[in-house]
Design a protein around this ligand. Structure first.
Ligand code: SF4
Length: 245
């Protein structure tokens, strides 16, 4: 992409964020502090939109140290505290006692139950009381995101959902990060294009799909944690369909 084309894409994304701040606030940005999320973090904080679009992360209790370290990097760079949302300790304890700490490897159902406890329930808490939410998802990231729109209705949470980077390519993300000296998770330099919880994320080989390192033991069309499934698009995921819809 030419420099002008990237500038146009950035301007379009800034306009989306300003639209959210003006008409869909209070809004929250769900950041996993991955590369895409750091682009949005930079645009929100440099654009001084944080009073309208606050940033939180799902601190699942199973993140890499490098990912947790991004909380410090963001504080140092932008003087901003990302709000961590953590799972209910009792729910984690019950799951571990009933199934084992790493039972998510045993079945899609147990994986989704773990994601429900560590991600979905905290996400629901984080979204409560807001008019909209924002994600760093891109259409090109995986087959499960092929029909992603910049703005969509999240029926499950009864609110607007924005994916301002839907049109961005991976190259656009990295061009922006390098041009603007945006801090990023060092795992990206170690073969992790997509970063989630430590036991459910692995490095990938050159040429592999960027999401191939997430829940690699499952089929590609079930590789979502349920956070971003709307309009019934991924109803084919069997377990927790109600939560995922
Ligand atoms: S990604 Fe893995 S460890 Fe994290 S919540 Fe989901 S199943 Fe649990």
């Amino acid at each position: 992409m030419s420099n002008q084309a990237l500038q146009d894409l950035i301007a379009k994304t800034q306009a989306t964020l300003e639209l959210i701040a003006a008409h869909y606030a209070p809004s929250v940005f769900a950041s996993s502090m991955a590369a895409e999320d750091m682009v949005l973090t930079d645009l929100i904080l440099r654009g001084k939109l944080q009073d309208k679009i606050s940033i939180f992360t799902l601190e699942t209790g199973r993140l890499h140290q490098e990912t947790l370290g991004m909380l410090d990097r963001i504080r140092e760079t932008y003087d901003y505290e990302v709000t961590p949302y953590r799972p209910q300790p009792q729910a984690v304890e019950q799951y571990v006692q009933a199934h084992g700490r790493n039972a998510f490897y045993d079945s899609v159902e147990l994986r989704k139950e773990c994601c429900h406890i560590r991600k979905l329930e905290p996400l629901n808490r984080a979204l409560k009381g807001n008019a909209s939410w924002v994600t760093g998802q891109r259409r090109a990231q995986s087959v499960t995101r092929a029909e992603l729109h910049v703005q969509e209705r999240d029926e499950a949470h009864d609110m607007q959902k924005f994916n301002p980077l839907a049109d961005w390519s991976e190259q656009d993300v990295w061009d922006y990060i390098r041009a603007n000296d945006v801090p990023y998770n060092p795992l990206h330099d170690q073969g992790f294009p997509s970063i989630g919880c430590e036991p459910c994320t692995r490095a990938i080989q050159p040429g592999e799909d960027v999401r191939a390192g997430r829940w690699w033991w499952e089929n590609p069309d079930s590789k979502e944690c349920g956070l971003h499934v709307v309009d019934g698009k991924l109803i084919r995921i069997k377990s927790h369909a109600a939560e995922s819809a």
